[in-house]
Design a protein around this ligand. Structure first.
Ligand SMILES: [Zn+2]
Length: 454
């Protein structure tokens, strides 16, 4: 008989009851929870069994980041995501990114849009045991049009081969790409339902695909047994997606009542990904290249999203938790749990509801969904042991020092911080200055020339 691991929990939040029970024990056999209950009634330990003593800690299911772009590389610019690093370098960097996310208490992720087929490759490398990493539900490049994300550059550049998006100019081409990605082993196929193309006078974002095109692509994705996930910040893109019965709508900031009803009818999950908006507002500096307009746009979107998503939640639409990790303002392993705080502050969840959303609810579409979904008998022992009570203070989960242990299939994860801030110059744009050094600025800030020969 293989040895078992006994885990004594000061408090156990199983993710299903909505309560934390004191003095509980989990018994793990292999990678699976074999027994759960009060420590006083636990089976006896025998020779070879191991004890993990978390009797001073709050034990909860491993969190899920349903919106983590492991190939983005904590990008400072859009070009950093698309252009500079080689595919080979991105792959190695993505492995470390995935590990950093795991170390912060996230035992599973969904990566909706990556360069090439890096995310499925990292998933496979983890699954065959080459590296430790979170459980990954992977996609490939996101399908887009000229009205969607990823077509950032002038037409003489187009969407480069190394971009995390891929241009579709016809439905024939879109269907061919969907079939190719399905053959290549993705779990999910991402459609870009809008970008920055808006109607005048507050008319909202224009959908990148028509309703009929959205149906065509989503039906084919589902026919091939894959998840259909979409980026849609605008009303129209969210509505078309919900009507077509996609699995996840990312953002959905401007979802309307009709969209909410369609999301309910078709059991669509919303994944707001508010941490990116909040960080863009909170961390903005006047010298940033996007000052001053960027934080204002983000502030407006956060207000809109808060109103519409709260309405959607009250109507009964289901939510998932995702932080949009991978940008310079959302570096890997740092802000994943800020999404839980955002769900409390802006979507009206209680801390317990935010934890359930980011754990059990967020496992519902994962690759390993049949074996995940709460700390109960028969489920994989993916868990986090936290110092303090996140039901009292949801921001605790963002603190590295509060995350005392992470278990993946019952095995402790090495929590030594991953070197995600290490940079090689070939990864990033060759941008060199943040401002133009005209005479008035230099006179004001450099009273005497710094470049006098010594
Ligand atoms: Zn995204």
């Amino acid at each position: 008989m293989t040895a078992r691991t006994f885990i004594h929990c000061g408090h156990l939040f199983d993710g299903l009851s909505g309560r934390a029970e004191a003095l509980q024990t989990l018994v793990v056999y292999g990678d699976t929870i074999d027994w759960v209950g009060p420590t006083a009634q636990a089976p006896d330990m025998t020779d070879g069994d191991t004890l993990l003593d978390y009797s001073g800690l709050f034990v909860m299911p491993g969190m899920v980041d349903c919106h983590a772009h492991i190939t983005y590389g904590n990008a400072l610019t859009q070009e950093d995501i698309d252009l500079y690093a080689s595919m080979e370098f991105r792959t190695l960097r993505s492995m470390v990114a995935a590990q950093a996310i795991l170390k912060s208490g996230f035992t599973s992720i969904i990566d909706p849009a990556c360069s090439g087929l890096i995310s499925p490759a990292v998933r496979d490398a983890v699954n065959v045991g080459l590296f430790q990493g979170p459980r990954i539900t992977a996609s490939g490049r996101a399908l887009t049009t000229q009205q969607g994300l990823y077509d950032w550059y002038p037409e003489w550049i187009g969407v480069p081969e190394a971009s995390t998006g891929v241009m579709t100019t016809s439905m024939d081409q879109a269907i061919a790409l969907i079939r190719q990605q399905a053959k290549s082993g993705v779990d999910a196929i991402k459609l870009t339902m809008d970008g920055i193309h808006a109607r005048r006078n507050g008319g909202g974002l224009i959908s990148a695909y028509t309703q009929a095109e959205t149906h065509t692509m989503v039906d084919e994705i589902h026919r091939l047994g894959k998840l259909a996930v979409v980026h849609a910040r605008g009303r129209e893109g969210a509505l078309y997606s919900a009507r077509a019965g996609v699995d996840i709508i990312y953002h959905a900031s401007s979802i309307c009542d009709e969209g909410i009803q369609a999301a309910l009818d078709n059991q669509v999950y919303l994944c707001p990904s508010l941490a990116l908006l909040v960080n863009n507002i909170e961390f903005h500096e006047p010298t940033d290249p996007s000052a001053p307009w960027w934080p204002d746009i983000q502030r407006r979107e956060l207000a809109t999203a808060s109103k519409n998503l709260t309405r959607a939640r009250e109507a009964g639409v289901r939510f998932m938790s995702g932080s949009e990790a991978g940008f310079a303002v959302t570096p890997y392993g740092e802000w994943g749990a800020k999404e839980l705080e955002a769900h409390v502050r802006y979507v009206g969840m209680t801390p317990a509801e935010a934890i359930i959303c980011a754990t059990v609810d967020s496992t519902r579409l994962l690759r390993e969904r049949d074996r995940l979904g709460g700390l109960v008998q028969g489920r994989l022992a993916d868990l986090v042991a936290v110092h303090g009570d996140p039901l009292q203070d949801i921001t605790l989960l963002q603190r590295r020092e509060a995350i005392q242990a992470v278990l993946l299939g019952g095995k402790p994860v090495d929590l030594t911080p991953a070197p995600t801030h290490a940079r090689h110059f070939s990864e990033f744009s060759q941008g060199m200055w943040n401002r133009v050094y005209d005479r008035p600025y230099v006179d004001a800030h450099f009273p005497r020339s710094q470049a006098q020969p010594a």
